[in-house]
Write a protein that binds this ligand. Structure first.
Ligand code: GDP
Ligand code: IMO
Ligand code: MG
Length: 436
């Protein structure tokens, strides 16, 4: 069974990093296939905590090949900062990392565009991570102003950067001042100085050369040779550009539908999609969130779950588990089994609620509405369950969970319509209950 994928079924930060790290034990190759340094995946083992952005969470097992595939957008500065900090902590990163020559590059203009356009978006900002993700994907789809990793090694690279820097500078000069006070036209000129950018990116290109190759071909060979390939999703299904809560989404296919397009591996090689969910819900940035608890309950979830962004440190919005949203995401991704994460955070709540349907303008929805406006008006219908007081972080077997915790897990499985194969009761690799 060569292909297993891990995707988030909520709005990101479901603890995908932990699940990927665990499953890497049974893998030969681990692949990041979409997103970029907007992702922040945490892996904890041996008393150490690692935060990963672009590097696959399988990197800690050096016999495993880590691949950054063509669907990812790469900010070379972030990449090398991350590599340097991991290497400084003793992690091996050399031939065990491959980077696709098809991946698109993030340039300084993408970050400026992100800053200017996010706040210009309608009445509510998307609240992006400001990593230049949306503008880079925009240029990829637009084609004319895009630069891929492989382009850095071509003779026309300098000329291309000069041309694009000039185009961007002229376009953005018309926007600064109008839409944004963060940049003046003269600051823009300094930030987008083509000569400086060429010199910086030429250095990155040299450093990156050892990792760069045709990863699509490599992965196709790997699945043909029956190697065990693990696909690591970033963000969450409800942030998917096509199927999420548009426009409050990221700019890639972050649900299960993006695995093949981002990696180049056809769907018939993906034998199992593993969906990852928190035992409650969180969201960072703008957009509708029907079960949000902007009150003491939300505070309690945030404090107990330490719900602050891995990348931007922003406090995450917190709320009850939304079975309507997760059922939708699980179906969309062809999910076979679920990892239920951060269950320990719920110890000490008198009652717990699970959203089972929404009321929108007098109509009951038990499926996820396609229109963000409907979702914004959605009033959740909840099933209320009894909580439990016991700390459960040391529990290793399902049978040893408090009865109310088992009941909560069982109801989530029933309402989402998927079996739960893994329960996480703490950040560490070892704090995991496997269910057969
Ligand atoms: P990802 O982006 O999906 O990989 O998730 P993040 O790393 O952004 O956020 C998940 C957070 O929860 C990280 O700080 C993890 O270390 C932490 N975590 C993972 N599993 C558990 C768990 O079972 N219990 C608790 N309390 N924390 C967990
Ligand atoms: P991981 O992989 C949570 C959110 C941002 C914003 C929206 C668009 O750690 O789960 P972007 O910078 O992508 O254009 O921002 O998406 N977002 C995430 N939220 N976890 C993430 O990644 C996210 N990556 C992007 O907060 O609302
Ligand atoms: Mg994260």
């Amino acid at each position: 069974m060569p292909g297993v994928a891990v995707v988030g079924l909520q709005w990101g930060d479901e603890a995908k990093g932990k699940v990927v790290d665990i499953l890497t034990d049974q893998s030969d190759v681990v692949v990041r296939y979409q997103g970029g340094a907007n992702a922040g995946h945490t892996v904890v083992f041996g008393g150490e905590k690692y935060k990963l952005s672009l590097i696959p969470s399988g990197i800690f097992r050096s016999r495993v090949q880590s691949v950054i595939a063509g669907g990812v957008v790469i900010d070379p500065k972030s990449l090398f900062d991350e590599i340097d900090s991991l290497v400084a902590r003793g992690v091996t990163i050399d031939k065990n990392l491959m980077i696709s020559d098809r991946a698109h590059l993030i340039f300084p203009w993408h970050k400026i565009e992100d800053a200017i356009l996010d706040s210009a978006n309608r009445h509510e900002a998307i609240g992006t991570t400001m990593r230049g993700i949306g503008p880079c994907y925009q240029d990829k789809v637009g084609r004319s102003l895009a630069i891929r990793v492989g382009d850095m090694y071509k003779s026309e690279f300098n000329q291309r950067v000069e041309f694009i820097a000039d185009m961007k500078s002229r376009r953005l000069s018309g926007l600064v001042g109008d839409l944004d006070e963060k940049y003046s036209v003269s600051e823009l000129k300094t930030e987008l100085d083509a000569r400086r950018i060429i010199s910086e990116y030429t250095n990155y290109a040299e450093r990156m050369r050892q990792y760069v190759c045709d990863t699509t071909n490599y992965l196709l060979d790997a699945v043909d040779a029956d190697k065990r390939v693990l696909f690591e999703g970033a963000q969450g299904s409800l942030l998917d550009i096509d199927h999420g809560t548009f426009p409050f989404v990221t700019s890639s296919n972050s649900s299960g539908v993006g695995i093949s397009s981002g990696s180049g591996v056809p769907p018939n090689f993906i034998n199992k999609v593993f969906g990852v969910v928190k035992a409650y819900s969180t969201r960072v940035g703008g957009g509708p969130f029907p079960t949000e608890q902007d009150n003491e309950t939300g505070e309690m979830l945030r404090n107990r779950g330490n719900e602050y962004g891995t990348v931007t440190k922003r406090p995450r919005r917190c709320g009850w588990f939304d079975a309507v949203a997760v059922r939708y995401a699980a179906r969309l991704g062809g999910v076979e089994a679920i990892g239920l994460m951060l269950l320990d955070v719920l110890s000490g709540f008198d009652i717990l609620k699970i959203c089972t349907s929404y009321n929108v303008n007098g109509r009951t929805y038990d499926s996820f509405p396609s229109q963000t406006e409907d979702l914004r008006l959605a009033v959740p219908n909840y099933e209320t369950l009894p909580g439990w007081d016991e700390a459960i972080s040391d529990v290793q077997r399902y049978e040893d969970l408090p009865p109310n915790a088992k009941y909560y897990v069982q109801r989530i499985s029933e309402l989402v319509g998927k079996k739960i194969e893994l329960i996480s009761v703490g950040a560490d690799r070892e704090k995991t209950i496997h269910i057969n």
